[in-house]
Design a protein around this ligand. Structure first.
Ligand code: H79
Length: 429
């Protein structure tokens, strides 16, 4: 995205007209600390698109009209959905929060909204509100719940002028965009009023209409008025706007741009989060055979932690409401690793040494954790930490010999007992 577009969007967000800069409430600052300590979340893309098993973009990709698409809810009956099981799956994976699609680009509300009939309670044989059940279970099990909410809408008649996607929807060529934004604010008000304490709102889709006036600041202020602690992030692929509480990256670690969503975006001062999927699509697609391995996913989590960022890892549950076995297995394995080495991840911040080909460092109080992920040899030299180093040990194992050498520290990694994913050396400084 060009700099001009970025400036235009910043103006369109209302920043230029807003007198008062955003000052996060004390509760919000506390929530940011919690967020940074939490490190690992479960992303869930679930909606009526799961019925077709072709990912969450199927309406756009298969050029479906809104009328075609409206036949899906009749086929969506997730009778096996069990909120307690989902939350337990996340907990056992070591995830501290769940971010679920309240509404994706298809505009379908996964809760019993009163703002339109285009929702799970009013149009599906299931006729229940899974977000209610999930909110309750998250509260029971001590997991925070965030809502992913799409600004972009492929079915709402007032999402007009149309953007760059969802153009085969067959909607009438008119509509009132401000009325659409009022509708969205009313839906967000429901989510922030009727579901208890919400962790935050994760927006996506304004890249569809880069030049529109999205009234972002108005919506952000509404959210913060209803729940001051709620953390707002927006996947606009730009530097954060006023009123946002964390900065996010899609399919890339902060500062990288392999996926093409983060061009020219620098890493700012807000808490950071990077998200990715296990397969390719975010919504259910059983035909994807190439899934990321547990090792790859754990490395992303650990590398994110080393770069001071959280990792939000996505699953796209099936239309029956269950999470597919291949995904559950990976989550469980990640949880097993975190069960052993979690202290080197949770509550840490990016360490004193930036990312290296062999791994990263994280830090907490007087500990520096050296995460050795890809280093076949036993001797490893790291740059000086600028602090006196005391004892060193393998986390969960024996002592490690550390020697000061010119321009660094020489660590003698153990001969045996290295972890297959990441051997963590704990240095006391
Ligand atoms: O919710 C998940 C995806 O459905 C959504 N974000 C994650 C978290 C997402 N997928 N793709 N994108 C967001 C960005 C899409 C960019 C593109 Fe385009 C749409 C590339 C081509 C069409 C933007 C619009 C760039 C060109 C047109």
């Amino acid at each position: 995205m060009t700099r001009r577009t970025a400036i235009h969007l910043a103006a369109a967000s209302g920043l230029s007209m807003q007198a008062a800069p955003y000052e996060p409430a004390a509760a919000n600052r506390k929530a940011r600390e919690w967020f940074q300590d939490a490190k690992f979340g479960l992303f869930v893309h679930w909606g009526v698109y799961s019925v077709l098993g072709k990912g969450e973009w199927v309406m756009n990709n298969d050029k479906m009209t809104a009328a075609d698409y409206q036949t899906l809810p009749a086929r969506f009956n997730p009778v096996k959905f069990n909120a307690a099981e989902w939350v337990a799956t996340a907990k056992n994976a070591g995830q501290k929060y769940i971010t679920i699609t309240s509404k994706h680009h298809d505009g379908f509300a996964m809760w019993g909204t009163k703002q339109s009939k285009w929702n799970i309670v009013d149009t599906t044989p299931y006729a229940k509100d899974p977000l209610k059940m999930l909110a309750e279970e998250c509260r029971n099990q001590g997991v925070k719940l965030f809502f992913y909410h799409s600004h972009l809408d492929w079915t709402h008649p007032d999402y007009f002028p149309r953007g760059r996607t969802g153009l085969a929807s067959g909607r009438a060529e008119n509509g009132d965009f401000n009325r659409y934004l009022d509708f969205m604010d009313a839906q967000l008000t429901e989510l922030l009023t009727n579901y208890g304490e919400i962790g935050g709102i994760w927006f996506d889709g304004i890249w569809d209409r880069k030049d529109a006036e999205w009234r972002l600041r108005q919506t952000y202020d509404l959210i913060h008025r209803l729940q001051p602690h709620a953390l707002i992030g927006n996947n606009h692929h730009l530097a954060p706007f006023e009123g946002e509480d964390f900065q996010m990256f899609e399919k890339d670690l902060p500062g990288q741009n392999t996926a093409g969503f983060s061009e020219g975006v620098s890493v700012g001062k807000l808490p950071l989060e990077t998200c990715d999927t296990i397969g390719v699509a975010w919504g259910y697609n059983p035909n994807e055979k190439k899934l990321k391995s547990t090792k790859q996913l754990l490395h992303t989590l650990i590398r994110a932690a080393g770069m001071n960022a959280n990792f939000l890892l996505n699953v796209g549950p099936k239309p029956d409401g269950t999470i597919q076995d291949e995904f559950a297995a990976r989550l469980k394995e990640m949880g097993a690793w975190l069960g052993k080495y979690g202290e080197s991840v949770y509550g840490t911040r990016g360490g004193p040494i930036g990312p290296r080909p062999w791994g990263v460092t994280t830090a907490k109080a007087n500990k520096v954790y050296v995460h050795v992920m890809d280093w076949p040899d036993r001797a490893l030299v790291i740059p000086p930490l600028g602090k006196k180093t005391g004892a060193a040990r393998v986390l969960g194992g024996g002592p490690v010999a550390v020697k000061s050498v010119e321009n660094g520290l020489l660590l003698q990694l153990p001969e045996t007992g290295r972890d297959e994913f990441d051997t963590v050396i704990e240095l006391t400084v």
